[in-house]
Design a protein around this ligand. Structure first.
Ligand code: HEC
Length: 335
């Protein structure tokens, strides 16, 4: 028997679907404005303007965004990130990120005014939300996903950022690509950029004076519970995998310097970056799609190298699953 209430629900659902499919541009704009207005308000509350070196403000912000935030809910399985260069998205190099990486390591580097303005971008033929921001440029080096100061233009652009722009997917309205808008680099900032760039020693991952792996944020430090018993294993399993990635020449292409000028870059040089891509690493190496050569053709690994890489990637994947399960279990028992 079909219950009357379920018929009513089905009719209501169909009405909503019809309304969304046939809504006017003005109605769509209003709907996206209210949706991203709420995302921006939450960002403004969790990550308000503060001093650029304020560690506590940064920690509050990243914990909140990494958790069940509205921002995270708007991130698809994979999004694109990079700086705006005054060119169409299709002609702009961008990096691909899993939600954990963007919500936990990148978005929290910004402080948010708390508002968003949604408009239609005629060039991209996409709706976009623009959020005024400032950048936390005085945090300790280990709180950045990697030293952005490896590149002068990039470091100046990040520090002068005035806004984030989220380009929205036509279908579900989630974030297809996000860019930060660079502002003015004045003489004082330019001088500081020069000295930071000169101090960069070429390492994406390093060990600090206390013997800890840095950048610490890439080990989920402060995102996962300090009592999570798998954190140490994430570090050692990643280091073992990293040796094999080097052996497989993956670092010739998949590093922030982007030596091969890849248009849609995948990063593998830290535990967090590789964690976001571990399923794709396994799939592309198993199938022989990766590594590739200069011309994009498959470049088969010697069988022993391939077997070792896969074994280390599987071990890293396994410890990540355990760490996530531990966090999920902790959250469940707390409820
Ligand atoms: C010569 C440059 C180069 C080398 C070396 C290389 N890659 Fe890639 N990789 C690319 C490019 C370009 C793409 C994006 C386009 C594509 O899929 O071909 C890519 C894409 C990927 C992706 C995303 C794949 C997907 O599912 O879309 C992964 C994961 C990856 N590479 C892993 C690796 C690993 C692991 C190694 C080392 C064993 C490696 N790559 C070596 C250039 C390279």
């Amino acid at each position: 028997m079909i219950r009357k209430s379920s018929v009513v629900a089905a009719v209501a659902l169909a009405a909503v679907a019809f309304a969304v499919l046939h809504e006017s541009p003005a109605a769509k704009l209003a709907r996206l404005q209210s949706r991203y207005g709420a995302v921006a308000a939450e960002l403004g509350a969790a990550c308000p303007y503060a001093a650029p070196e304020d560690r506590l403000a940064f920690d509050r912000c990243r914990k909140s965004l990494f958790g069940e935030s509205r921002l995270r809910a708007e991130l698809p399985e994979r999004m694109l990130w990079g700086r705006a260069r005054g060119k169409p998205l299709k002609d702009t190099p961008l990096t691909e990120f899993a939600p954990d990486v963007y919500a936990g390591l990148y978005a929290p580097l910004f402080m948010f005014e708390g508002r968003a303005e949604v408009s239609y971008d005629e060039g991209e033929r996409l709706y976009k939300a623009t959020l005024p921001v400032r950048f936390r440029n005085r945090l300790a080096p280990g709180l950045f996903p990697y030293p952005f100061w490896h590149d002068k233009t990039k470091w100046g652009a990040y520090q002068s950022a005035t806004a984030l722009v989220f380009y929205l997917r036509p279908g579900d309205g989630r974030i297809k690509a996000a860019q930060f808008q660079p502002g003015v680099v004045d003489a004082a900032l330019a001088a500081q950029v020069d000295s930071d760039v000169a101090a960069f020693d070429g390492q994406w991952l390093w060990t600090d004076a206390e013997g800890r792996t840095q950048p610490q944020v890439t080990l989920f430090d402060g995102l996962y519970d300090a009592a999570n018993p798998h954190l140490q294993q994430i570090d050692s399993r990643y280091r073992e995998l990293a040796l094999e990635l080097r052996e497989g020449e993956c670092n010739d292409c998949h590093v922030p310097r982007n030596p091969k000028k890849i248009e849609r870059l995948v990063l593998l040089q830290t535990p967090a970056h590789a964690a976001g891509e571990i399923k794709r690493i396994l799939r592309s190496v198993r199938s022989g799609e990766m590594p590739e050569d200069e011309n994009g053709h498959e470049k088969p690994l010697p069988p022993a190298v391939k077997a070792r890489l896969l074994a280390k990637a599987e071990a890293f994947d396994a410890v990540l699953s355990e760490a996530r399960a531990w966090e999920a279990n902790k959250a469940a028992t707390r409820r």
